[in-house]
Design a protein around this ligand. Structure first.
Ligand SMILES: Cc1cc2nc3c(=O)[nH]c(=O)nc-3n(C[C@H](O)[C@H](O)[C@H](O)COP(=O)(O)OP(=O)(O)OC[C@H]3O[C@@H](n4cnc5c(N)ncnc54)[C@H](O)[C@@H]3O)c2cc1C
Length: 608
């Protein structure tokens, strides 16, 4: 492999030469010549353009066999490089890269790609691709009515019947269960694309879930990566948004995007009718009545707030104090001068322990197994530097593409080095934690908190102060033990010791989303959908955002950036299906084990 200084004008020549050959190879039946353009270690991630799926292929062999199976000659037309060339690098895996966007069209849509090349003298054109992203943007026949194509009036306000009033007979095309940030973002995209969409939420107002959390809560990712589709946050807003700003933004967003929401309405579940291709969904408003709607598509956007996971503990019925799950803890939670035992050591456990300490409680945290701790600054922000470094410079849609161009398996490889950097940066904090007996790990494969986020949404804490309180022993810690049972006034630990307690908080997370699916739609549907979230054998998040094994059923969620970025693809899929562009149901079920990876066991905790 040869290397080039970043400023070398040869980069342009290499990119142009490579791209010309790439375009030609894609025009041949047998893709002859492609193997000379692609590194053995290359990843090609495709978001809907060549197969209505979110998929990743790794290595020349798997890439070629996927293309032979899915790519029809000439499927990508008018391939052209766009924008500026970037010299960058991907950590210690591909340290020097030449990067560029490219645009093309398929028979149904416009698409945008992102390329990473490395100079390589063994290639006939002097460079090989190490990552290729191809992603659908807009359907030719149904372009987004934005900017120069914006509607002359707000159809949803002026057209009678355009709004899907939540009543029988006025069925939406899409029913989204949950009006949290994920549901709202997807609803905005769907509605904007002319799809009649209804959100249902058991809460009374948008943002209630956040309102119920403690006032001092701040987001853990920076504002520059948390923007909403079509409506970015003001440029002047702080780096970490406080709870009340999140709440007011969610309400403002729902209002300004004209979203249709049935509040105070719990979705009780439903069933899918294969013959008609519609769902019958049972809805229960808080007035006690019940009605059904028949949407064509259902999207689960219930976050992890579905069903709290509270372990059955011997003696709980004899305990005279208060037992709560973390989901029930809010500002009104009175802990002054009380002895609080927090069971768990994830994010919620830390947040509640910190809040209880600040509010005058005497707090002990019970940590059964190790977790990963990183500082919010500088460590937690490192993996998302692309957003911070380009804040106000590149469009958020382009940043999402650059981020998406690094498949999860490559993220894993990058995090081996990056998590070590974080540990170095956080040395003082981590050694302080070790001294008081806090159990730390860096993930089973040494990839730190980022891979725990993508695999389990749990098992780490981004320190916003609770770790310091633990180090200072203001929050007491019992580690390496679990709860054996409760008695009248105390928690009995697995080593036989006792902790007096007025309040026991179970910060033990939530049941996996699969269980929510089973409870709402039955075991058959849950089995067809399969595991949700976590990285599957195909290298993609399992059954998130794309079509699932259950026809007309989607799941959305994750953090703000994921929900924003991938709501585009859910929308494209649903629109294509509604307009008859898909022959049959697009299947998201992994059909190859292209990553050779194992599906890891997962658990779900309070939040990312
Ligand atoms: C302290 C803290 C910091 C955070 N920081 C960040 C951050 O910096 N970046 C980031 O990306 N994320 C952050 N998060 C957000 C979190 O990670 C999740 O991404 C987010 O809350 C999930 O949003 P959601 O829309 O998927 O689900 P939720 O917000 O949980 O919304 C789900 C909705 O579904 C409704 N619902 C559930 N079941 C039903 C039913 N059967 N019928 C009707 N309605 C139902 C609920 O009422 C709720 O309104 C943070 C969270 C916390 C607590």
């Amino acid at each position: 492999m040869t290397t080039l200084p970043h400023s070398d004008p040869k980069c342009r020549d290499l990119l142009d030469g490579w791209f010309k050959q790439f375009r030609e190879a894609l025009g041949r039946d047998d893709f002859r010549g492609l193997d000379g353009l692609i590194a053995e270690d290359c990843y090609w991630r495709d978001l809907l353009t060549f197969g209505w799926k979110l998929q990743t292929h790794h290595g020349i062999g798997p890439i070629l066999s996927w293309l032979r199976g899915s790519y029809r000659k000439g499927a990508a037309q008018n391939l052209r490089l766009v924008g500026e060339i970037t010299n960058a690098g991907l950590g210690d895996v591909f340290s020097e890269t030449i990067e560029s966007f490219f645009d093309f069209e398929t028979s149904v849509a416009t698409a945008r790609g992102y390329l990473r090349l490395v100079p390589d003298s063994s290639s006939p054109v002097g460079a090989r691709a190490v990552t290729i992203l191809t992603a659908m943007r807009e359907l030719h026949d149904f372009p987004e009515p934005s900017k120069q194509r914006r509607p002359r009036v707000t159809a949803m306000v002026f057209d009678e019947g355009a709004k899907a009033a939540p009543q029988p007979g006025n069925d939406p095309d899409v029913l989204i269960i949950g009006a949290g940030q994920s549901g709202l973002m997807l609803a905005a995209r769907l509605s904007h694309n002319g799809i009649k969409t209804l959100l249902v939420d058991r809460n009374s107002r948008v943002g209630d879930l956040w309102r119920q959390r403690y006032r001092t809560l701040k987001l853990h990712n920076e504002t520059c990566m948390n923007h909403f589709p079509y409506l970015p946050f003001p440029e002047t807003w702080p780096v970490y948004l406080p709870r009340d700003k999140v709440v007011s933004w969610l309400e403002f967003y729902a209002e300004s995007m004209d979203l249709d929401i049935a509040h105070d309405t719990t979705c009780l579940g439903g069933r899918f009718d294969e013959a008609s291709g519609t769902w019958t969904i049972r809805l229960k408003p808080h007035d006690g009545s019940e009605y059904t709607l028949n949407p064509k598509h259902v999207v689960l956007a219930t976050g992890v707030s579905g069903f709290p996971d509270v372990p059955a503990i011997d003696g709980a019925d004899t305990f005279t104090g208060t037992i709560v799950h973390s989901s029930e803890v809010n500002d009104a939670f009175d802990v002054r001068d009380k002895t609080v035992v927090v069971v768990g050591a994830g994010t919620s456990a830390h947040d509640i322990a910190q809040m209880s300490h600040v509010n005058g409680g005497k707090v002990t945290m019970i940590q059964r197994s190790p977790i990963t701790v990183v500082s919010l600054e500088p460590s937690a922000a490192l993996p998302f530097g692309i957003y911070r470094n380009n804040d106000g410079i590149k469009h958020i849609d382009d940043l999402d593409l650059i981020y998406a161009s690094v498949p999860y398996d490559l993220v894993r490889r990058l995090q081996i080095g990056m998590s070590k950097t974080m540990m170095k940066l956080d040395e003082e904090l981590l050694s302080g934690l070790r001294k008081v007996g806090f159990l730390l790990d860096n993930g089973h494969d040494d990839t730190g908190w980022v891979m725990k986020l993508f695999r389990y949404q749990a098992g780490y804490y981004l320190n916003i102060g609770a770790s310091d309180l633990i180090v200072e022993e203001k929050i007491k810690l019992r580690s390496g033990v679990g709860i054996a049972r409760l008695d009248e006034s105390s928690v009995v630990l697995s080593d036989g010791s006792r902790l007096p307690a007025d309040i026991v908080v179970f910060a033990t997370g939530y049941q996996p989303l699969e269980k929510s699916v089973a409870r709402l739609f039955g075991e058959d549907v849950a089995a067809r959908v399969g595991p949700i979230y976590g990285i599957g054998n195909d290298g993609e998040l399992q059954n998130m955002y794309g079509a699932t094994g259950q026809p007309h059923f989607y799941v959305t969620g994750g953090g703000f950036a994921g929900a924003r970025s991938y709501s585009r693809y859910t929308t494209l899929l649903i629109k294509a299906q509604l307009e008859g562009l898909l022959s049959g149901q697009a299947s998201a079920k992994p059909d190859t084990d292209s990553m050779g990876a194992k599906t890891t066991p997962r658990r779900t905790a309070a939040h990312a």
